[in-house]
Design a binder for this molecule. Structure first.
Ligand code: XAF
Length: 240
């Protein structure tokens, strides 16, 4: 089949992001600070500025009972659910459906006072990853979102400032088979979720305001999104 022009970039960025998401915080270089903790959820950030703009890389690790990596990635990737869990989303457009696991989105998000409103154009790709080492262990699933250009939606043409982001959601399903050999239920599965993001705000925004927003929005997003998946899947057959 003829390759889509974006495919080589998608494949390269997915492999690079998954490699980094798999690394423990200790292996990810220095300077990571734990800035939020809530039960199983731990959020780390590194304070980094590019051209005077805050681009603080973020790495969050969370373990959620009762859901699988395949289910988590489905609800993160599929546009039909996004308005349900993405609270800061003002508008989402699917610009291109490249394949059943690769799409291009335009999103505008609610304004963060006093900065200007932001929009973003990104390709999104969902993939099952071979689990390599232990053959019979459950697979890993990932969704990577990476900013891309759109000739129909040039950056900063309207009222919104274009932001640039790379996001990786890496999910590893864990199964704890019941001792008495009964069939596996949702009580026997959990998902280790790693969410990595680097966001360049694209234009001036006060560092203090951005850092305060990130500190508030990221924990809220991950808790809300995972609670949404638990609620959507609780009475459904387990999707491994
Ligand atoms: C979760 C979070 C973190 C940091 C900032 C905010 C936020 N608050 N008010 C406006 C935004 C905002 C502005 C622009 C954006 F592109 C995104 C944005 C965030 C996440 C993603 S994603 O790719 O992780 C999930 C798809 O929406 C995409 C865009 C979010 N929300």
């Amino acid at each position: 089949a003829v390759q889509h022009p974006l495919w080589p970039e998608v494949d390269r960025v997915v492999k690079q992001q998954v490699t980094m998401a798999k690394m423990g915080i200790g292996e990810c270089g220095t300077g990571w600070q734990l800035f939020a903790e809530d039960g199983e959820m731990k959020m780390y950030r590194r304070e980094e500025e590019v051209d005077g703009m805050v681009v603080d890389p973020l790495k969050a690790v969370h373990v959620v009972k009762g859901i699988t990596g395949h289910e988590v990635c489905n609800y993160f990737f599929n546009p039909k659910y996004r308005y349900d869990w993405e609270t800061t989303l003002e508008h989402m457009t699917v610009l291109e459906t490249i394949s059943d696991d690769t799409m291009v989105f335009l999103q505008t998000h609610k304004r963060i006072w006093p900065a200007s409103q932001r929009d973003v154009v990104f390709w999104s790709h969902m993939r099952k990853l071979p689990n390599g080492q232990d053959r019979d262990g459950p697979d890993m699933w990932t969704v990577v979102n990476n900013s891309t250009e759109s000739s129909e939606h040039p950056a900063n043409a309207g009222k919104c400032v274009r932001i640039y982001l790379t996001v990786c959601l890496l999910c590893q399903t864990r199964v704890h088979p019941p001792k008495d050999g009964t069939p596996i239920s949702r009580d026997n599965v959990s998902c280790k979720i790693t969410y990595c993001s680097v966001v360049n705000p694209g234009g001036w925004a006060p560092a203090s305001v951005l850092r305060a927003v990130y500190k508030r929005e990221y924990p809220k997003f991950l808790k809300r999104f995972t609670a949404y998946v638990v609620n959507q899947t609780k009475n459904q057959p387990i999707l491994f």
